[in-house]
Design a protein around this ligand. Structure first.
Ligand code: 5HY
Length: 234
């Protein structure tokens, strides 16, 4: 599991949430890049986070990991990571939105800052699930404040309530890896399925690996052409 931002406490959080859902015999290790932004909440952050994320995937390939989760709701670097990896690479937004489609008629997303909504809409379209997405809502809590702001839980719960009412949806998707630990509490409070992408992506990667499925190396997701690149990784 790669948390593409550099906030170690968030990496610990996603590792705990991932391990809680992983099946017997599955080892989950969570890492984050050494360099890059402390949180990803803009296109600029996403661009700066991607080299470090790819370095972690490249290191994981040397270690021999079976598969990867990109634990950030924008799914940064997803296709590039798939070019580097033999095993499956699943983004948490992708896994959450696809899983939500199995659970109800339509889903609402509650994320951190409103400025990320456009990107979330773009990837919902790219994944072919935009017609299931009834709305994307912001609670306007910055990512690093999720674990600091004492009012965060109440603010997120209120945002989820109004998202379900406004959208008329029946499933809620958490739009940030840093919300993973709120999933079961929110589900109890809201009375609808709440999909945390961290848990969803772990179960997808685990299932794909168990089924013997790997990233296709025919065509677009083949290893990138060998050439000179001035980066920290090959
Ligand atoms: C995330 N940013 O999951 C996101 C998503 C967001 O640093 N980890 C981040 O926009 O809150």
């Amino acid at each position: 599991m790669v948390n593409p931002n550099t906030t170690a406490s968030m990496t610990t959080l996603v590792e705990q949430c991932a391990r809680a859902v992983a099946g017997p015999g599955v080892t989950v290790d969570a890492v984050n890049p050494v360099t890059g932004p402390e949180s990803i909440e803009s296109h600029y952050d996403e661009a700066l986070a991607t080299p470090g994320l790819l370095a972690e995937i490249a290191a994981g390939e040397v270690e021999g990991y079976d598969g990867y989760v990109i634990a950030c709701f924008g799914d940064p670097g997803l296709l590039a990571a798939r070019e580097l990896a033999r095993g499956p690479v699943v983004g948490i937004a992708e896994a959450a939105m696809r899983s939500a489609g199995y659970l109800g008629r339509s889903f609402s997303v509650v994320t951190t800052l409103a400025r990320t909504i456009g990107h979330a809409q773009d990837i919902a379209h790219a994944y072919g699930v935009a017609s299931l997405c009834a709305g994307i809502h912001a609670c306007e809590i910055p990512v690093v404040e999720l674990e600091r702001d004492p009012a965060a839980r109440a603010t997120i719960l209120a945002a989820c309530h109004s998202a379900l009412v406004d959208d008329g949806s029946d499933v809620l998707v958490l739009g940030c890896a840093g919300m993973a630990d709120l999933c079961s509490w929110l589900a109890d409070e809201l009375g609808v399925p709440v999909v945390d992408g961290v848990a969803a992506a772990v179960t997808v990667v685990e299932g794909l690996v168990r089924a013997g499925l790997r990233t296709s190396k025919r065509g677009e997701l083949a290893p990138p052409p060998v050439k000179r690149r001035s980066t920290a990784y090959a």
